[in-house]
Design a protein around this ligand. Structure first.
Ligand SMILES: [Zn+2]
Length: 890
């Protein structure tokens, strides 16, 4: 998934294949109590046929499943998964044909207890269930949505929502062939993971029987029904299409172009062709993750997949390439080989993210995806520094355990795999990965299987660094000291667990592959070492002027060097470090501020020193630093001084690149410009920049093609700020009539930017009552919260509307609701804790998120207390229109 998945006409035919399909792929772990979240192995599915009668115009549907089972132990009770449906018939059919009814009861997490009157002897059976269910409307399970007045059905099953669509053994270890049969109104199209085997039409209904899937876990199944359109993707090793809702197929060109080289590169890396019969990339208008790797039927949020090729921004093309590469990497890593249990979900996601970035960088180097990806890693490092973080690999006993800290699985896991690849070498890493894929193809595996394969391929004990990173929360802080002893100069590297100032944390040690970059005058050297003890001494030939302890930004750790060395590095950064190293340098400086080893004024001076950086993506990282300063140190009364600092720091950058895009400019500049305009025009209220943005917005309203696509969204927001009711009407109309997802997103974002109090209220009311999709509801309220006062107002509104919001949102979003209490206010944190102290709101997911919010707020408050005065002096010391001359240097 990217951050973040059927039917039976001819039962006899479908089941005729069962003996052939009884594949020995099932790897079932030791039994656990069946009333647990995880089903035990008393009965395991061997194959399943699903038949659904689906009319998207209706509120619900009927269906039937036949599940071939092996009962392994004598029992009178079976357990399987089905959530919220009505059973018309539940019967267990013995091999010789006798049928017996089962009494069922639904328990927690959609676990069904099915009891027989007498003991069920071990052996082969078929479980037959006829059922009825309503369509979900919150973008999970099998759900219904409308687009352009037409109803559609789509699915999203990861992690445990296949059970909302039909009864099944809803666990990744149960990889079985599924045979889907869909009956749909004859005028509609329908698809699933596999090609259509045959179809017939009668009485206005079309019956589609799909080919049996290869062994597939339930969470990877998918279907789509509606007036769908499809455009062929030529140049793949299998038939491929981009599938859209009605009237959207003209937006598929970019996906059609970008996909084949990515798939080809992956096939070359894995040394085996795409292993499924077809590939559909499906654009779903209402979708809560970014994309989902269902084999043969990969689903995407439409805003990601459907990008107008002629008017796509760099960011849109980069996101489409990265996400496509991530999902396609899952085809081998996740689909062909699947984790046995959710405790190894990190393995799927870490690998797909690492591979996706690697392939994107190789196939589309012009997108500079590796530099922008570093920004995501920096965000994860911040959360992973706090006591409420978890180890990537952890026990999973409940649905909330599956999804907790999934961001870590993506970015931390990716970094850790990257560190190991660099340590053992690309060839050994690839050899190990392909051994692992070959050994477990069509089956399941656990993390140890990958570690063993990598160790064998490299001759190095890969397990040690991996276990130390995957099995422990947090990460190390490496300290560098250079000293000269009798034998000559040497570098001493020590490690301790990184933590923010004022926070108690359990001490830990890691095994860290470290890449050092050392500067000796005009010479730069790199050294790789394995730090697997509290400290390591490295002899040197001379005393270096500087040491970058994370060369290539490939390591997942923070570092500190003596203050003078840090200053030398900050001042000369663009001459000695790569763009990705400079982005990581800024992130590391922010961490040193949090850790208490860098003062607030020194941090501001470092940001200032990077304002001359020639790489636009480094400027983007610098703006991330400004956001940190804004959040931690700038109460509303200090805003004017902070805005002056922003102007001093970023004004010259915008001057350098110009307000108007220039013909033939680097695309990273075009991508940076709207961020500069947001900081200077939206936040710092630079009048000339605001006026420019308003002119662009007026042009866009006349003719969207007349405005550079990178500027449109920002321009509309700035124009909305002082806009009146008529402009609001216009934006609302444009949002509702938008013909493509990008335009829809732009106008929705702008509706949250109107500042007149009556229009703010109107926008909030519209967020609840307008034709917004569940995944769009927060665009307006989050667009409104800028100042402390505004944040408090939005916070109050969210609390007030909580029940209404929670009912409409994708369930996963509800767990995140405590995050609205984030920021730098203890009062708001306390109000959040009180609000979620109420039993009905106190879900497991809410408790976990509350802990993370509390850590974040306490860190912020502590930082403000510690450095607030010094930052205030620094900011207030800037003369109006002056320079940052008051800086003392880093
Ligand atoms: Zn994924």
């Amino acid at each position: 998934m990217s951050t973040t998945p059927r039917r039976a006409l001819r039962w006899r035919t479908a089941f005729a294949c069962l003996p052939l399909c009884l594949l020995g792929f099932l790897t079932v772990s030791p039994p656990v109590e069946a009333q647990d979240f995880r089903l035990d192995d008393r009965a395991v599915p061997l194959a399943q046929a699903v038949r659904l009668k689906l009319d998207p115009a209706q509120a619900g549907y009927s269906g039937a499943v036949r599940i071939a089972l092996e009962v392994r132990r004598g029992t009178d009770t079976l357990y399987f998964n089905a959530e919220g449906m009505t059973f018309d018939r539940v019967e267990l059919i013995a091999a010789e044909g006798s049928a017996r009814p089962l009494e069922t009861e639904e328990g927690e997490w959609g676990t069904i207890t099915a009891r027989a009157a007498e003991a069920i002897e071990p052996g082969k059976y078929t479980l037959e269930i006829d059922f009825q269910q309503t369509f979900n409307t919150r973008a999970v399970g099998l759900y219904r949505m409308e687009q352009g007045g037409e109803p559609y059905l789509f699915t999203q099953f990861q992690a445990i929502d296949a059970r909302k669509a039909f009864p099944c053994w809803d666990q990744p270890e149960f990889k079985i062939p599924f045979t889907m049969t869909l009956e749909v109104p004859a005028a509609l199209e329908a698809l699933t993971n596999t090609p259509i085997a045959r179809q017939s039409t009668a009485d206005g209904w079309k019956t589609l029987v799909f080919e049996a899937t290869p062994p597939t876990p339930s969470y990877l199944l998918a279907l789509a029904v509606g007036p769908l359109e499809a455009v062929e993707i030529p140049g793949l090793s299998i038939p491929g299409r981009v599938v859209t809702t009605k009237g959207q197929s003209h937006l598929t060109r970019l996906a059609v172009e970008l996909t084949p080289p990515i798939l080809k590169a992956l096939e070359a890396y894995f040394g085996r062709p795409y292993p499924y019969a077809k590939l559909d990339l499906i654009a779903v208008p209402e979708f809560w993750p970014g994309a989902m790797e269902n084999p043969g039927a990969i689903t995407f949020a439409d805003r990601i997949l459907l990008v107008d090729g002629e008017h796509a921004t760099l960011g849109q093309r980069r996101a489409l390439a990265r996400i496509t590469a991530h999902e396609l990497a899952h085809i081998w890593f996740g689909d062909l080989v699947t984790m046995t249990w959710w405790d190894d979900l990190w393995l799927n996601e870490s690998f797909a993210d690492w591979m996706g970035d690697k392939i994107t960088a190789a196939v589309y180097p012009e997108l500079k995806a590796e530099v922008s990806a570093q920004g995501g890693v920096e965000g994860v490092l911040q959360g992973d520094a706090r006591p409420s973080t978890t180890a990537i690999r952890k026990t999973v006993d409940s649905p909330s355990d599956v999804m907790e800290d999934l961001g870590l699985a993506y970015s931390k896991g990716k970094e850790v795999l990257g560190m190991v690849e660099q340590w053992i070498g690309e060839d050994a890493f690839r050899k190990g990965v392909n051994q692992y894929i070959g050994d477990h193809a069509w089956g399941n595996a656990v993390a140890e299987d990958l570690w063993n394969a990598l160790s064998k391929a490299s001759g190095k004990d890969v397990r040690r660094p991996l276990v130390s990173y995957i099995g422990q929360p947090g990460y190390p802080l490496l300290s560098v000291r250079v000293e000269t002893v009798e034998e000559g100069p040497r570098l001493v590297l020590t490690q301790e667990r990184f933590h923010n100032d004022g926070v108690e944390i359990t001490p830990q040690q890691w095994t860290v592959p470290v890449n050092l970059k050392l500067g000796f005058g005009d010479t730069v050297e790199t050294r790789s070492v394995l730090l697997d003890s509290p400290s390591l001494t490295i002899p040197l030939s001379a005393v270096p002027e500087w040491v970058l302890p994370n060369a290539g930004a490939s390591g997942y750790y923070r570092w500190q060097v003596p203050e003078a060395m840090l200053r030398t590095m900050a001042e000369g950064a663009d001459g000695i470090f790569t763009p990705v190293e400079r982005v990581a340098f800024l992130g590391n400086a922010g961490a040193l501020l949090d850790a208490g080893t860098l003062g607030g004024d020194d941090y501001l001076a470092i940001l200032n020193a990077f304002a001359d950086d020639p790489e636009p993506q480094v400027i983007s990282a610098l703006m991330g630093g400004l956001g940190k300063v804004r959040g931690a140190f700038v109460p509303d009364d200090l805003l004017p001084a902070f805005h002056r600092y922003v102007q001093v720091t970023l004004g010259p950058v915008l001057e350098r690149y110009g307000l108007e895009p220039r013909a033939g400019e680097e695309e990273t500049i075009s991508a940076l410009r709207p961020q500069l305009i947001t900081w200077l025009g939206w936040l710092a209220r630079d009048e000339a920049v605001e006026a420019f943005a308003r002119r662009q917005a007026a042009r866009y309203l006349e003719d969207p093609a007349a405005v550079d696509p990178s500027l449109a969204g920002t321009a509309l927001r700035i124009a909305a700020r002082e806009g009146d009711g008529a402009l609001f009407d216009n934006f609302q109309k444009r949002f509702e009539e938008a013909s493509n997802p990008t335009e829809r997103g732009r106008f929705l974002g702008a509706l949250g930017a109107f500042e007149a109090p009556a229009l703010r209220q109107r926008a909030l009311a519209y967020a609840l009552a307008g034709p917004l999709r569940p995944n769009e509801i927060f665009a307006i309220p989050f667009g409104q919260g800028g100042t402390d006062a505004e944040q408090d107002r939005i916070f109050a509104w969210i609390l007030d509307q909580f029940e209404v919001l929670a009912e409409r949102m994708p369930p996963r979003f509800v767990d995140f609701m405590p995050r609205m209490g984030g920021g730098c206010s203890l009062e708001r944190l306390r109000a959040t804790e009180d609000f979620f102290a109420v039993k009905e709101r106190r879900t497991e997911g809410a408790i976990k998120n509350l802990a993370k919010v509390a850590d974040q707020v306490h860190d912020c408050v502590h930082l403000r207390q510690r450095e607030g005065a010094v930052v205030r002096r620094y900011l207030e010391g800037l003369a109006p229109g002056g320079t940052a001359a008051g800086s003392s240097g880093p």
